[in-house]
Design a protein around this ligand. Structure first.
Ligand code: MTE
Length: 318
């Protein structure tokens, strides 16, 4: 039997693309490039589009929690950020503008009577928004004072009705590398995850933030929805949340998983307990206020200390 083997570049007649199809493929490719370009333009337009909830701001300030420090300037707070999805530097504000924040949904699942995936605008409009001026203390020993707009997590809990067996809330940030270059780093285990005990989450100080400085919260601060728990080190305050799960098991958070010896689950501010690599006794006020003494529970002890009665054996400080 004679077997004529073709060389790699020799195509059978049947495999040759007829000219009209070849031409129409070129047209399609050109069209495809057009679609991609249009998608980019669409994304740029979406990024520049006014926030659909902008009409809600500013909202009434809740004066319950007084802060003796002056507010940090908006441009200072907005240009000195930690958002590792966009890189390890503090100057990620520009890169973070690539994050598409509409459409955006938040999945609420796990041990709740009413699990749901809710559109962010529907959620924001359904919740009781108020402004809270809080001190904010990063584990790296810098601090700022910021007017957040948000709603108590308790309001969200009332909406989804946790079951009796729910002991923790697990929060998760978006998980896509396409617009977050920091997520290509192999050192970290994405997505960013954080957790609270259910009584911590139900505390009135615990808020889900949608705005800052009387406006919708910008991307570098964790748009369109982030956590703020002001008596804990800042890494607990997870940004750009896409999922909140009610669980029986204590969730393992992003930093705990990476370096559990340095960052624990509870992570309450305590000037008397040093980080393994630096003191927590004082903090630098960003924007120029100098170094000031740090405070137990970041100054919120009168409200939150009772949460930790009976938990003294736990590692309550980061
Ligand atoms: N959330 C996500 N998803 N990714 C992060 O890298 N950094 C945390 C926290 N939330 C972080 C995050 C840390 S370490 C701090 S101090 C605060 O966000 C910083 O918040 P800010 O940039 O709004 O000041």
């Amino acid at each position: 039997m004679l077997i004529k083997s073709k060389r790699g570049w020799e195509l059978p007649e049947s495999a040759v693309t007829p000219e009209h199809i070849f031409l129409s493929r070129r047209t399609m490719m050109a069209a495809g490039a057009g679609v991609a370009a249009a998608a980019l333009v669409g994304r740029a337009e979406a990024q520049a589009a006014p926030d659909p909830t902008a009409d809600l701001y500013p909202v009434r300030r809740n004066e319950t929690y007084k802060v003796e420090r002056p507010l940090t300037a908006e441009n200072v707070a907005g240009s000195y950020n930690n958002f590792y999805e966009f890189g390890t530097s503090k100057h990620i504000a520009h890169a973070a503008q690539a994050l598409p924040i509409r459409p955006w949904t938040v999945k609420i699942d796990g041990l709740v009577e009413k699990p749901q995936t809710i559109d962010i605008d529907k959620l924001i409009r359904a919740m009781p928004l108020e402004e809270r001026v809080y001190r904010f203390r990063c584990v790296e020993a810098w601090a700022m004072t910021v007017p957040w707009t948000g709603f108590p997590i308790k309001a969200l809990m009332d909406m989804v009705q946790p079951q009796g067996s729910a002991k923790y809330l697990r929060f998760e940030t978006f998980d896509t590398q396409s617009w977050a270059p920091g997520m290509r780093s192999p050192w970290y285990s994405w997505p960013y995850v954080e957790g609270l005990a259910i009584d911590e989450a139900a505390h009135d100080l615990s808020i889900l933030v949608t705005g800052i400085y009387g406006k919708p919260v910008p991307r570098q601060h964790g748009a369109p929805l982030r956590l703020i728990v002001p008596w804990k080190y800042g890494f607990k305050s997870i940004k750009s949340i896409v999922r909140i799960s009610f669980t029986e098991q204590r969730p393992q958070s992003f930093w705990e998983r990476l370096q559990g010896g340095e960052y624990g689950f509870w992570a309450n501010v305590n000037p008397a307990v040093a980080h393994p690599r630096w003191s927590q006794a004082t903090e630098e006020l960003i924007g120029g206020g100098g170094r000031v003494p740090s405070q137990l529970f970041n100054g919120y002890g009168e409200y939150v200390a009772p949460l930790y009665r009976g938990r003294e054996r736990e590692r309550l400080w980061a």
